[in-house]
Ligand binder design. Structure first.
Ligand code: PMP
Length: 359
């Protein structure tokens, strides 16, 4: 059998590691920040009926412009957005890839603020761009001054921000986004994969879109919306951004089945999002209870909690796995990340963590 090094692969891909969240069949899968609540049965039935209708015309290519889906997404997001400002792809990962194909590519650079979503540097490398890592402030925060200083120092073609940030859960002030935008002539990309878990009334970067044609805000149906298996991510931006993405997307990239499923699910948005408040409650419960077990949780506005004070993260990870719980070692020393799920999952996680780390 050949190994990668035997193949004539691009030089800049040699030695890189692929995205590798472990995929294991466990009872308590709390490692990739999904919504662990299943889709309500009546909604599932409605989605299946839409899929059945879509299958009947699947001899034809799907709507290349996914018009109905863009209308549904615009209606869901609100903020006065029109369908021409929406664009969708197979997960927000593909949104990021298309954005980088259009605005990055070989010879261009992307500035990010680790620790952040691990796919940002990986997709950057995949299109041949250079990932430039800038420092965060204390407590994983990014002040406007810190963002501006990094942009002035590195002059990137794209600035990547993540709000709330994965894997830390840290909120990002709109002032930082606005200041970053003023400091660059490039694209400012805000990954809002976890926006629905933010405290009620906290403004999204969507509010900054008017008058900022280089600002791009992405969302996903994979997290709060409980639709990770369908693969539907989207962005909101100036319509000219969608024109740029039309140059690089593959024709018909969103299958008729994906479009039908997403439109049907969006028509049931309140039911699909019904568990979001409870998930946020479980997250806050973990933040409140972890200190009594001797850990330090970071404040989180997403559906997961990063906690440190873990003597040996790999040992704790393995001990939890023996109890059928999968969480995430994100490579931060003495820290682990856990997804907020149901009350029962949270109970079992906290009890198990207490027993495997009792000193
Ligand atoms: N952005 C962030 C910050 C994420 O954490 C994730 C998933 N872990 C994604 C984007 C990708 O989500 P998807 O491709 O499923 O939309």
């Amino acid at each position: 059998m050949a190994s990668l090094s035997d193949l004539p692969i691009r030089d800049d891909l040699r030695g890189l590691t692929p995205y590798g969240a472990p995929q294991k069949h466990v009872r308590y899968a709390l490692n990739v920040n999904e919504n662990t609540h299943p889709i309500p049965e009546d909604v599932a039935r409605d989605i299946v009926e839409s899929l059945a209708r879509a299958v009947l015309t699947a001899n034809r290519y799907p709507d290349r412009e996914f018009t109905t889906l863009r209308e549904s997404l615009a209606a869901y997001l609100g903020h006065g957005l029109g369908p021409e400002q929406l664009w969708a792809a197979n997960g927000s990962n593909e949104i990021i890839q298309q954005l980088l194909q259009a605005f990055g590519g070989p010879g261009r650079s992307v500035l990010g603020f680790p620790p952040t979503y691990s796919m940002h540097p990986i997709i950057t490398a995949g299109v041949g761009s250079t990932w430039v890592a800038a420092e965060r402030d204390a407590d994983y925060e990014i002040s406007p001054e810190t963002a501006v200083r990094a942009i002035e120092q590195h002059r990137p073609d794209l600035v990547f921000l993540c709000a709330p940030n994965n894997p830390t859960g840290t909120a990002l002030p709109l002032e930082t986004i606005a200041a970053a935008y003023e400091a660059t002539d490039g694209i400012v990309f805000v990954d809002e994969a976890y926006a629905e878990f933010m405290p009620k009334g906290q403004p999204s970067a969507l509010t900054l879109l008017p008058g900022r044609e280089r600002l791009v805000v992405s969302r996903t149906m994979s997290k709060a919306f409980a639709f990770a298996g369908v693969r539907l991510g989207y962005l909101a931006a100036d319509p000219a951004i969608a024109d740029a993405l039309r140059l690089v997307r593959l024709p018909y990239h969103l299958s008729a089945l994906t479009q039908a499923a997403a439109v049907a699910a969006l028509s049931h948005a309140p039911e699909m999002l019904a568990m979001v408040d409870d998930i946020a409650f479980q997250r806050d419960r973990m933040v409140a209870e972890l200190p009594s077990l001797g850990f330090h949780p970071w404040p989180s506005e997403a559906n997961f909690v990063l906690f440190d004070g873990v003597e040996d993260p790999q040992a704790t990870f393995r001990a939890l796995l023996e109890r059928d719980i999968l969480i995430r070692d994100v490579g931060i020393p003495h820290a682990l990340r856990v997804t907020a799920g149901t009350a029962a999952e949270t109970d079992f996680f906290l009890e198990s963590l207490a027993s495997v780390t009792r000193r």
